[in-house]
Design a protein around this ligand. Sequence first.
Ligand code: ADP
Ligand code: ZN
Ligand code: ZN
Length: 690
Amino acid sequence: MSSLLPVLVQTPAHSQVGGTLSYLSELALPAGTLVRVPLGRRETLGIVWDAASQDQAEVDSSRLRPIATALTALPPLTAAWRQLVDFAASYYQRAAGEIALAALPPQLRELSSEQLARRLKRPAAAAGGAPATSLPTLTPEQSQVLGQIEAQAGPFLLFGATGSGKTEVYLRCVQTLLEREPDAQALVMVPEINLTPQLEERFAARFGAEVVVSLHSGMTNPQRLKSWLAAHSGAARIVLGTRMAVFASLPKLRLVVVDEEHDPSYKQQEGARYSARDLAVYRGRLEGAKVILGSATPSLESWHHSRPLTEGGRYVRLLMPSRVGDGGALPLVRRVDMNHQPKHAVFSPPLLEALKGRIAKGEQSMVFLNRRGYAPVLHCSDCEWKSECPHCSAFRVFHKIDRTLRCHHCGFTERVPRACPSCGSPDIRPMGRGTEKLEEHLAELLADVQRPDGTPVRIVRIDADTTKLKGELEAQLAQVHAGEVDVLVGTQMIAKGHDFRRITLVAAANPDSALFSSDFRAPERLFSLLMQAAGRAGRDAGISAQSEMWVQTQHPTHPLYENLKKHDYPGFAAQQLKEREQAGLPPYSFQALVRAEARTQETAQAFLNAASTFGTEAAASLNVTLYPAVPMSVQRVANVERAQMLIESPSRAALQRFLAGWHEVLHEVRQGPEGKGLIRWAVDVDPLTI
Ligand code: ADP
Ligand code: ZN
Ligand code: ZN
């Protein structure tokens, strides 16, 4: 007799098939078993799911089909993993099948059970025996923090200055765990793929390469399968990865570290828009694993959660204010009041002098723009024509290197016109400055400056354009580390994470726009970026020079810069949280966005407003506020109009209850007259940009 199995498969994001499909099986396979099942005319990968989610009444047994194969060579995915997927699906309003299947390595779809069995390594016998390298003596702050982590349950927020030795704390926690429990596993997450090799090296050096694996989107499919199998089988004791690693199968997970927890890259920005940081905290609680979030500039949410227990805090705040060793001095922050500098100066005379001084002494400097959005737009001085993208409500950007105009939203690229397309004037030129222009301009200004050995100054630019090819970023970083570069110019990409030991001067060329952004999180991001950038300076104890962070601004007395000058994150956070509380913004409220896309703005908004009308009553009874539909800040991309609607509540639970009920309504409106012409819609819970 065959039994009925609920199987989770990948379903289109908004198909009504939210739960599982039923299949027949000769064997009573346990939940978590990977199977291949027929779906329509294809065969697809599925996971035997928990019976609770199956609606027996809807099963028409005459139409049931048997599963094709069971991948019994692999141990089933654990109950905790399945719960994590179910939670993420319901919290972020997506199908569980979408989340679960996206978390599995693509090659699981192709290989047979036998092939997988061969690739499955036996669990490593060694308990991750640390090679006999000599460990650094812990600083008093590190010892104290490790003691607290040992003694308490967490979750922990490790608030430690850049260079305070947070990574060493993670390493010791992992070490203690591996030594104590012979099969325990640890998950360590970092925001950027670029940071994983560096981290992998450090962990492999400490614990041996055979117990450490990485998981990130930059890996090939065979690499991903290998890492995944090692983690799933327990052979890998340590998994390092980016946000996707939060869904790694780790049957013996006991420790989760989220480094740079404030980083926006932990939020998935398409499909299931989950926050890997938040899911890590949830997963830790689910599996009884300790969770450590680390940052020098925590997200205001996490900072707020780590307020004293007596005030309602939920995280334990751990402090490491000092930098390790005598490279410990934080850089001096210098504000240049651009109101008192020559008009239109991009580099103020005092900053230029400072740069020249560093070059003459053989020291390195870093100049950054806080975003790529500063890139120049082409402009006609006769008719005010600007290089708008014909498909988006955005300007195309001038790329000098291949003389193209490129839209950073839809990718539309054209050769630069010889004359103004509107009036024919030949006088078209870039306005504003991108990194490319900045580098060129700086090279002119520093043309006559020499290094101590009499050779000319060397400037290098690092941004998304110079690092498109594989290996380019590594090569450029190596140049910097080798001291072959005097001035490094780039976007925020260079301000994050990289350990530039020889840089003694960091300059933010033009950071002001974030102070007055419509996005209430812009100041938080700017402060964090500037603190991170400042943290790049003077990390090498061997360099005795006083390092400096320069900020060119027209608002030198802005509280953000005042707090930056004092390296005072708590001061900044207190001021921001006060503003947020007064305005009823997160973390004092909880938000979700519904986005809709259509050929016309009216269609997109009509859908949202109709859904809103049907939700008014429920919203009112739950203390949830529905705002009117508005165009998104980049309203049109690739000829598609985009609108959004904000939903807000002082209670996370109430917002969740509302969204759960409202989901059906959105589906119904989509099918009705107001859904006509709609291309797609999606919900973003806890959105990071509004
Ligand atoms: P963070 O992650 O807080 O920025 P790291 O853990 O990278 O800081 O530490 C900064 C530097 O200090 C690294 O080069 C690291 O090897 C070194 N370091 C960390 N802890 C110690 C220690 N206890 N003694 C000596 N050096 C240390
Ligand atoms: Zn013109
Ligand atoms: Zn475009």
